[in-house]
Write a new protein. Structure first.
Length: 561
């Protein structure tokens, strides 16, 4: 048999053993750790690391900028929400900062230009602390007069100017359309927004909260809305020279609304219907209780036509606009998000037997105002010299009419109507025979009636001061501007300005009563198309302790008679 054995068994030496053999063991100490790669057959002491999948994409799609696995959907949604919120805050901040910077740049430009210096005394009137001019020397405003001026009741430096169609041809072919400009009077160099409509606009107003919407009533009986928040890229851009102007057509128009709920005659007045609140058993306007900026779009709108039809609309904001348009809302432009829903209609006129006997024609409605302390009550000026009083819910009211204390053998039109912003139940009435009346809501006859201040010229506008309750302005068709201060004189105007070199066609009073830096004044539209902002002197601006006392004395003396 055979025996097999190994005389020499010398396995190969690996690199580590060779290193140890050459290195030696004297004065050395070997230290080591266990890890997964070195000891695959033994337990290890390291911990597993939790891992998740994440992704991000910029710019984001569908409002999502990042995401991950299903286990992290909640955290991704939270991150997306945080990103959107921060974006909104950034946008709000940039808009506010840009507005401030634009105003500062305007002031620097005006100070450096001696011709258009801010509050320059060149065109200032006797009651004025200085004036500025809005830049109406634009190609699309060339040769156009201004038919109407309207200030916002919240953002009081924001002004609407209505420029009706012009018979003069211009380089910009917009002569047959009405142009409405939205101005910030602190930035007079150019309008903030330019609005267009194909027909003549008879009346207009801002939304009662922030300046986000503009409403207008037209000659053809339409009520139209512009949403000023819409992106300029969705509207017509007009290039004139080196400047680009965005021309905005209405977001919504009632042209497509069926005639049974729309107006069949020109819309002569349009007003927002504000909610009211009770405080200490005395009704006061909602905007005196809380800031109107919080109203958003939750309000109604009232429109009045010449035939006396008062129509109430609900302002509705859609969650999302449809770029393809709507098959049901035919008056809504593609991409628009604001529309009007018909709420109710009310016939407010009725011809009295006395009118029939005297041979007067059908009554025509001219002005609409809602009572500030209770918007359920409306007041309508007519072509009979009367102001009609009624309620939206057809409740009986007294008095039903407000009339002159003098009988007239011919019909007199109520051309202007304005309520006192101080909270007193008083309103002013201007008439086509040149008379101005001061009425209490509780009494049919006027408290005061001034017949000689305008020399028989028709009254175009009457407006109370926003900072002093005993001061109001009257503009007549002879281009005479009368300013009354009842604490000084209550029988004749405190001051009268005869502006005949360039006649005044429209007027609007502005002011900021609730701040320490109180300012007030009047905007005047000239026949040449200029728009001047005249700032009142301090005596007509700073509230006086005698203002309310004077008004209360009027009310007290009237009810003693």
């Amino acid at each position: 048999f055979s025996i097999t054995f190994s005389l020499l068994d010398l396995p190969p030496v690996n690199e580590y053993d060779m290193y140890i053999k050459n290195f030696g063991t004297a004065n050395t100490k070997q230290a080591y750790v266990q890890c997964n790669e070195d000891n695959t057959d033994r337990d290890i002491q390291t911990e597993e690391v939790n891992m998740t999948d994440k992704w991000t994409q910029h710019p984001p799609e569908a409002n999502a900028a990042c995401g991950g696995s299903k286990a992290t959907e909640d955290s991704a949604d939270e991150s997306t929400s945080r990103i959107n919120t921060n974006s909104q805050r950034l946008t709000t901040f940039l808009r506010s900062a840009a507005q401030v910077m634009a105003v500062l740049i305007e002031e620097n430009m005006a100070e450096s230009n001696s011709v258009r210096r801010l509050r320059s005394q060149t065109d200032a009137l006797s009651f004025s602390d200085g004036c500025i001019q809005l830049n109406t020397k634009l190609p699309f405003l060339h040769g156009r007069q201004v038919s109407l001026l309207q200030f916002s009741q919240v953002q009081r430096q924001t002004l609407l100017s209505v420029h009706p169609p012009s018979s003069k041809s211009s380089a910009v072919r917009l002569d047959g359309e009405t142009i409405i400009c939205v101005w910030n009077i602190w930035e007079p160099s150019r309008p903030q927004k330019i609005l267009l409509y194909e027909s003549e606009v008879r009346c207009c107003c801002f939304s009662p909260g922030k300046v986000t919407l503009v409403f207008a009533g037209t000659e053809i009986g339409s009520v139209v809305v512009w949403d000023l928040r819409e992106h300029s890229g969705t509207h017509l851009n007009l290039v004139v020279g080196k400047e680009v102007w965005t021309l905005r057509y209405p977001t919504f128009s009632t042209d497509a609304v069926l005639s049974v709920v729309g107006h069949l005659s020109p819309v002569v007045s349009i007003e927002p219907v504000l909610a009211t609140a009770d405080t200490s058993s005395k009704k006061i306007p909602c905007f005196l209780v809380q800031n109107l900026e919080s109203l958003g779009l939750s309000f109604q709108l009232g429109s009045l036509d010449e035939n006396g039809v008062l129509t109430l609309w609900v302002v509705v904001e859609l969650h999302k606009g449809n770029d393809s348009g709507s098959q049901t809302d035919l008056g809504l432009r593609p991409g628009g998000k604001v529309k009007l829903l018909h709420s109710s209609s009310l016939q407010t006129t009725e011809k009295s037997p006395q009118d029939v006997i005297m041979g007067f024609g059908p009554p025509v409605s001219l002005q609409l105002k809602f009572l500030l302390s209770d918007s359920n009550h409306y007041f309508i000026g007519t072509n009979m010299g009367l102001v009609r009083h009624g309620t939206r819910h057809s409740l009986k009211v007294l008095p039903k009419f407000y009339r002159s204390q003098f009988d007239s053998c011919r019909p007199v039109e109520v051309t202007a109507l304005d309520f006192s912003p101080s909270g007193e139940p008083l309103f002013l009435v201007g008439c086509s025979d040149g008379t101005v009346r001061l009425h209490s809501v509780l009494r049919e006859d006027p408290l005061m009636e001034w017949s000689g201040c305008s020399s028989g010229a028709s009254i175009l506008s009457v407006q109370w001061s926003k900072t002093r309750s005993a001061v109001f302005c009257v503009l007549d068709a002879a281009s005479d501007l009368h300013i009354w201060d009842l604490t000084v004189k209550d029988y004749v105007p405190f001051v009268t300005e005869n502006i005949h070199n360039d006649r005044v066609t429209a007027m609007a009073v502005f002011g900021e009563p609730a701040k320490q830096n109180t300012f007030s004044g009047v905007a005047l539209a000239k026949q040449s198309g200029k728009v001047e902002i005249q700032y009142f002197k301090e005596s007509l601006t700073v509230p006086s302790a005698y203002d309310k006392e004077k008004l209360k004395s009027f009310l007290h003396d009237a009810f003693l008679i």
